[in-house]
Design a protein around this ligand. Structure first.
Ligand code: DQQ
Length: 571
């Protein structure tokens, strides 16, 4: 038997009794705990850290306060492993604040697989003087299939706070990339006088790093950049590209490079697409970083990090989705924070934006399909989607529009789409729209989250607005019910307007136009819980629209961070 087969069997049969704490599960007392989104057994979680695939196992580390449901000034790295990115087994904490170079917290960082198949992690430590510094950890035992123990390099910190940077403005090293000159590069998020900066470091041995004279990129007025991510995307395929393959950095490489930065001042992830040359050591983005430009997600979605998955040749994106309830609620729940469902991410054919789509493994959890075609939705129509668990569902709907010349006029330039969505919420009648889905709706519809579109025209072109209206999502007060919105690059004359939505008790992730515009929201219904939640397609515009196709599946509960055998997939 091959060693791969043996290690696979070991992976399947090893039982791990890890942290012996109780696990919170969705229940009448925990109605907002999710079923197929990643969360720790309990307590606070924020950023995804160091996601990677290594020797048959996916690893996800995450920012964790292991002692309570709130952010703490002593942050740790939680660690879980998975064979399928759906079911996760919790392991021991991977990195804890124990040394002078990280005694005040182990903050975010990234994994890199070095030549010879050796994973390493760089993370930010807050040192005994409250300075942010960059540290290296390596697995204690490479033959442990789960890489449970991580050893801190004795020469830490490997990168000290650079001159001229404030002690609290230097964090979140990226996955490293290796260019043809044999030098590794990373960027680290920073700022100077409100100018957001991606500081660039180079190294030949991964231990000695020197700061390059100019940063990879910087933008005045954007504040500190957190959790930067820098990776190649193919210009002619939806396949992912490994961050560290030298050919990606050759002059004729068929890639562009994405620089993603988290703007701390806004808690939003923005990205740039551009050309990167390691010889000139410069990055020339084709779009500008302004508040109205490209974001991964126009709802609640932050501190994201991507990794290359060699198993399926794809790039996968993970991100933290914070709560929208209060500190008191988090204390009562005993937990806070979700990871968004993993998304495949690639460059759109137009090369102007990225496209995101839930990873195909979600199909493992599908059951009870409901579907219909060619249903006309007149003004005021509601069509209930029956035969599925409306509180745990994956639904795709496509709308066909005709008589588009009737669309209302709207010049989108200089307009904040989120503002239009909140002024013209789902109750305000238009011509084309609002039409879409009513998620987590109560029987009397007093609770509902409307994810919908409006279509306008402007000088012979069409403008598609996508909104997620949380204003009626819960009868409770004291929640953040911001209505989110964004324009979607869809031409309704050419294409149907499609929406895919993942609903999981208190999270609604929506993908408009095949994943061109994404909006994630957190909601806390009081009535639309479990069996009492309903799902509808609706049209509240005066023009009728046709649902050309709807397909919906109940989504089974995944085994997420319960103490189980890794590899357990039987539902
Ligand atoms: N979260 C970490 C930092 C990072 C921030 C601390 C982003 O490393 O900048 O938990 O959410």
């Amino acid at each position: 038997m091959s060693t791969t087969a043996i290690s696979f069997i070991i992976i399947i049969f090893l039982v791990h009794h890890v942290r012996s704490e109780s696990v919170l599960a969705s229940s009448p007392e925990q109605p907002h705990r999710t079923a197929f989104h990643f969360q720790p057994p309990k307590n606070w979680m924020n950023d995804p850290n160091g996601p990677m695939y290594y020797n048959g196992v996916y690893h996800l580390f995450y920012q964790e306060n292991p002692f309570g449901p709130l952010f703490s000034n002593q942050m740790y790295w939680g660690h879980s492993v998975s064979l399928d990115l759906i079911n996760w087994t919790p392991l021991e904490l991977a990195i804890a604040p124990t040394q002078p170079f990280d005694i005040n917290s182990c903050w975010s960082g990234s994994a890199t697989i070095l030549p010879g198949n050796k994973p390493v992690i760089l993370y930010t430590g807050i040192d005994s003087e409250y300075r942010q510094v960059q540290n290296l950890v390596v697995p204690k035992n490479l033959s442990d299939p789960y890489l449970r123990e991580w050893v801190k390099y004795t020469g830490n910190p490997i990168i000290n706070l650079p001159e001229g940077i404030q002690p609290y403005d230097f964090r979140d090293p990226t996955t490293a990339w290796l260019a043809e000159d044999g030098k590794w590069r990373i960027i680290v998020g920073s700022q100077k006088d409100k100018k957001g900066i991606a500081l660039l470091y180079q190294s030949e041995d991964f231990v000695n790093w020197s700061k390059h004279e100019s940063p990879l990129h910087e933008v005045v007025g954007t504040g500190i950049w957190e959790c930067p991510d820098f990776f190649p995307v193919s210009v002619d395929s939806t396949n992912g590209v490994d961050t560290s393959v030298k050919e990606n950095y050759a002059a004729n490489a068929r890639v562009k490079h994405v620089l993603k930065v988290g703007l701390f001042d806004y808690h939003k992830d923005y990205y740039l697409i551009g050309n990167y040359s390691p010889e000139k050591e410069n990055y020339v983005p084709q779009n500008e970083l302004t508040l109205g430009t490209l974001r991964y997600d126009y709802g609640k979605y932050y501190a994201s990090k991507s990794f290359f998955d060699p198993v399926k040749n794809r790039r996968i994106l993970m991100a933290w989705v914070n709560e929208s309830d209060s500190v008191e609620d988090d204390i009562a729940k005993g937990w806070s924070g979700l990871q968004a469902f993993p998304r495949s991410i690639w460059l759109d054919q137009n090369q102007k934006q990225l496209v995101q789509w839930p990873i195909e493994e979600i199909e493992m959890l599908h059951e009870n399909e409901a579907s219909f075609q060619n249903e006309n939705l007149e003004d005021g129509s509601l069509h209930e989607i029956l035969g599925i668990t409306a509180w745990q569902v994956d639904v795709t709907i496509s709308f066909k529009l005709s008589n588009l010349e009737e669309a209302e006029k709207l010049n989108p330039s200089g307009i904040d789409p989120q503002l239009i969505c909140s002024k013209m919420d789902a109750s305000k009648k238009g011509k084309f729209g609002p039409f879409g889905l009513l998620a987590l709706a109560s029987h009397d519809l007093t609770e509902q989250t409307a994810v919908f579109f409006r279509v306008f025209q402007n000088n012979g072109q069409y403008v598609v607005l996508m909104c997620s209206d949380q204003s009626r999502s819960s009868k409770r007060n004291g929640l953040d019910k911001t209505t989110y919105g964004a324009f979607a690059d869809i031409d309704p004359q050419q294409d149907e307007i499609s929406l895919r939505t993942l609903i999981d008790q208190s999270i609604i992730e929506s993908f408009g136009g095949g994943g061109k515009t994404c909006i994630t929201s957190r909601v806390y219904p009081t009535l639309a819980i479990g069996d009492d939640a309903r799902l509808f397609a609706f049209n509240n515009g005066t023009q009728s629209v046709v649902i050309s196709e709807l397909r919906a599946w109940s989504v089974k509960k995944a085994r997420i961070n319960v103490e189980e055998t890794i590899g357990y997939t039987d539902q």
